[in-house]
Design a protein around this ligand. Structure first.
Ligand code: ADP
Length: 276
């Protein structure tokens, strides 16, 4: 059977733990055919590791998107888009391509930096992307912004935010408690419009987890493309990223990426589910 074609619209992380590099590695680990339309190139200062985001010209993005649409992706994932213009392009790409699956990772800050890339982007994501999203995968901060509820600190807060984000049009919402929620386990909350399901794994080391968010959303996209139900796709993506984090490694004094291949090469991690 032909491989499913999965397109990511995302930035390049030259350190290759996150961004389109994480997406492509994860797509490959899931036996899908990964494709990329690049929005920007992120480079790091070797002395301080401060990030520099260089956007690609819009006409170059358009050419990539046209090429990708012509190939006919089965699923589309968005990562770092960076501007309202690009957010609109991502939406148009989904509308024009005949893809059934649209996974939105609502990246708002370039990981490792605290600054929101551009507040207008949040409104554009709400208007353009959420109404079409099969699954949206905000972390705690992003869920607070999308829902308008601000700082989220508990599972109850996550439930309220998930309901708001679902009302904005996303079919399935998974809020990553992950590293930001103070807890002994790594919790994520999944909401399908009817039930809330709390997913958990052990919490592993958190020094070398660069790229975890991208990897989780990419795995969810690939699982959906391969025909899994949204709930299974998310649970299996969590297991995949938990193994990647457990086996994360030190790259230099500043950063350590997850091991995108750990779930297939080293060990499987169990995910616990509970309706809450
Ligand atoms: P983001 O990078 O978007 O902020 P997170 O790193 O918080 O996202 O979460 C990505 C995925 O990794 C989620 O499923 C989250 O629960 C999981 N995760 C994050 N940190 C850990 C950890 N220390 N141990 C196990 N799982 C984790």
């Amino acid at each position: 059977m032909a491989l499913k074609k999965v397109l990511t619209i995302a930035g390049s992380d030259t350190s290759a733990g996150a961004g389109m590099q994480a997406d492509l590695k994860t797509f490959q680990e899931h036996d899908t055919y990964g494709m990329v339309a690049l929005t920007a190139v992120v480079t790091m200062d070797p002395q301080t590791w401060s990030h520099d985001v260089t956007p690609l010209p819009l006409d170059l993005l358009d050419k990539q998107l046209n090429t990708a649409i012509s190939i006919g992706p089965d699923a589309i994932k968005t990562g770092m888009l960076g501007s309202e213009e690009i957010i609109k392009r991502a939406r148009q790409t989904y509308d024009e391509a005949d893809a059934e699956i649209f996974v939105v990772d609502p990246v708002m800050v370039c990981k490792g930096e605290d600054e929101v890339l551009n507040p207008g982007n949040t409104d554009a994501m709400i208007k353009e992307l959420l109404p079409k999203a099969t699954v949206v995968t905000p972390n705690l901060f992003e869920a607070g912004q999308l829902s308008g509820l601000g700082k989220l600190t508990s599972i109850d807060d996550m439930k309220k935010a998930a309901e708001k984000i679902h009302e904005l049009g996303a079919q399935y919402v998974v809020i990553k408690g992950g590293k930001a929620l103070e807890s002994d386990k790594a919790y994520d909350l999944y909401y399908d419009g009817q039930k809330h399901v709390l997913l958990s794994t052990d919490k592993f080391q958190s020094s070398y987890n660069h790229g975890a968010g991208c990897t989780f959303a990419a795995a969810t996209t690939a699982n959906l493309a391969n025909g899994e139900s949204p709930e299974d796709a998310i649970i299996h993506a969590k297991a995949f990223v938990a193994s990647a984090i457990k086996n994360g490694w030190k790259m230099n004094d500043f950063v350590g990426p997850v091991d995108h291949g750990a779930s297939n090469r080293i060990e499987k991690i169990e995910v616990y589910t509970e309706e809450v």
